[in-house]
Design a protein around this ligand. Structure first.
Ligand SMILES: Cc1cc2nc3c(=O)[nH]c(=O)nc-3n(C[C@H](O)[C@H](O)[C@H](O)COP(=O)(O)OP(=O)(O)OC[C@H]3O[C@@H](n4cnc5c(N)ncnc54)[C@H](O)[C@@H]3O)c2cc1C
Length: 471
């Protein structure tokens, strides 16, 4: 189809002309893209997967327009994939053959901070960074931070229940949602933006949409919780002799600064060596050890949390839990350590033959799991390289393997993570890419119940069909 607002459609795809005509009437000018107007960005995929060309791209800017668009597509049985910032790492936003795109890129309205209730209303397409900056300007802090903050959207964050670097203190995205508005596949609007701390009037339907990866409805607006801004923060990088030492260090820091501990990240030496070289930066700590930990503390009162943090790290050095350490002394040093940590993803993706699994394992099983998985992968390919990094404090690691037999090796890692009582999808979701492994961490009855929910809310299966599980 090559016409948008008026005149006849010329057929160049399979979308129904009657449906397109209806969408043209329901949406404002430029909100419907067809033919050459659909630029290739709608087919972008960070994991390098193949995205089909969408039948059309609908870009509503209000809840009412989303509702009109869904109602029309539902009537015509037109399948849609929802796209936010397309930074997802499980292929959920990838376009399957025959699908159209519903993009939230024009839904970027951001409300004002409500100081008494400490909330902020954001439309689904608002980039996470805009939320963080608005909260910061009003003297608050937003609890979730991820490397893709500039592009990832609030709607995508809700749909994937994003995690990131400060889950240890603030929880995942679910914990930031005070209210939510979503549109069901048939166009019904469910608006629950009440923001009440206490509200037990029946089912909390909002919870259904958080982490549902766009399969149950389109998130249109979110009432977000804000947190007090710390008066001070510091981070430290430590070279650590073993995973056991890293876990003992975590335990000690929790004891020393309690909930002031806001991040506890791990890099294996191959990642630390590689990322510093990749960035062309001097190694912040020179000692060569198998593991490196990046820890962060936030201080909220005159509680001397940063002093206690530094003292705890000194004692850890004396007791051999770390061989070398640096504590940031300025905002520049603080940021430079985080920049290095965030570049880990780009560094590993600059390598060939890599495959990454986003696993979580109970902390008390982490050491056994890492040993067992290393042995299992090396049986597949003794030359395998392990490029592991991630959010150790939450039991969540990005388990990246470099081998030409990556699929076979990753299968073993997922199996062992599940056998350790862990998850094969800690924070990125199942999407399309991890469907084949869902049964490792969800029982048949759990998956059957998910299917029943999907059938109840989207009986024609038009929304993100084939994500999480096959229909
Ligand atoms: C460099 C980098 C670092 C990252 N770091 C982290 C991290 O630390 N922690 C983490 O959890 N993730 C991380 N991610 C993954 C990604 O940023 C998150 O999954 C993010 O929440 C996706 O948001 P998005 O707007 O890009 O969603 P998209 O990629 O567009 O979509 C993701 C899924 O959500 C659905 N969706 C999108 N918007 C809506 C909506 N409004 N309503 C319903 N469904 C919707 C899509 O259909 C798809 O299934 C990272 C990604 C990159 C590239």
């Amino acid at each position: 189809m090559a016409r948008s607002q008026t005149g006849d459609f010329e057929m160049d795809n399979d979308a129904s002309p009657v449906l397109l005509d209806r969408l043209v009437r329901a949406l404002p000018r430029n909100a419907l893209l067809v033919g050459d107007a659909m630029d290739p960005r709608y087919q972008e995929d960070r994991r390098g997967g193949q995205s089909a060309r969408p039948r059309f791209v609908a870009r509503p800017s209000t809840t009412e327009e989303v509702a009109a668009c869904l109602a029309a597509c539902n009537e015509f049985g037109q399948r849609l994939v929802v796209q936010g910032g397309r930074t997802g790492l499980a292929g959920g936003h990838r376009v399957n053959d025959g699908e159209a795109v519903l993009s939230t890129e024009r839904m970027t309205e951001l409300g004002e901070v409500q100081p008494l209730s400490r909330t902020l209303l954001a439309s689904a397409g608002t980039p996470l960074q805009a939320v963080q900056e608005t909260a910061d300007a009003a003297g608050y802090q937003f609890g979730v931070d991820i490397g893709a903050r500039g592009t990832a959207t609030v709607g995508g964050n809700v749909a994937t229940n994003a995690g990131g670097i400060r889950v240890l203190r603030y929880g995942m995205f679910r914990a930031q949602v005070a209210g939510l508005e979503a549109v069901l596949a048939n166009g019904t609007v469910l608006s629950a933006l009440r923001g009440l701390d206490k509200d037990n009037a029946g089912y909390d339907l909002n919870q259904l949409f958080i982490g549902s990866e766009g399969t149950l409805g389109v998130v249109t607006r979110v009432l977000l919780r804000l947190h007090p801004k710390p008066i001070e923060a510091a981070n430290a990088l430590l070279a650590v002799p073993s995973l056991e030492a890293a876990l003992r260090l975590l335990e000690r820091l929790r004891g020393a600064v309690g909930s002031g501990l806001s991040a506890f990240e791990l890099m294996v030496s191959q990642v630390y060596d590689g990322v510093t070289e990749f960035l062309g930066m001097a190694r912040p700590v020179a000692a060569r050890q198998p593991f490196y930990v990046l820890a962060e503390v936030q201080s909220f009162h005159e509680d001397h949390a940063i002093e206690r943090f530094s003292t705890c790290l000194m004692e850890a050095l004396e007791d051999g839990l770390a061989e070398d350490a640096i504590v940031s002394q300025s905002p520049r040093e603080f940021q430079s350590l985080w920049t290095m940590r965030e570049a880990c993803a780009d560094f590993v993706h600059s390598k060939d033959n890599i495959m990454g699994g986003d696993i979580s394992v109970p902390l008390h099983c982490m050491w056994t799991f890492l040993e067992a998985s290393r042995e299992a992968v090396q049986r597949v390919d003794p030359e395998s390289e392990f490029l592991i990094f991630g959010h150790l404090g939450d039991g969540n690691l990005h388990y990246v393997i470099r081998t030409p037999l990556a699929h076979e090796a990753m299968q073993l890692v997922y199996r062992l993570a599940a056998e350790s009582g862990g998850s094969i999808a800690a924070e990125h979701g199942i999407g399309i890419d991890k469907k084949r492994w869902l049964a490792l961490t969800r029982s048949e009855t759990e998956v059957a119940t998910m299917r029943q929910l999907k059938a109840a809310l989207d009986p024609r299966g038009i929304l993100n069909r084939g994500r999480i599980f096959d229909s």
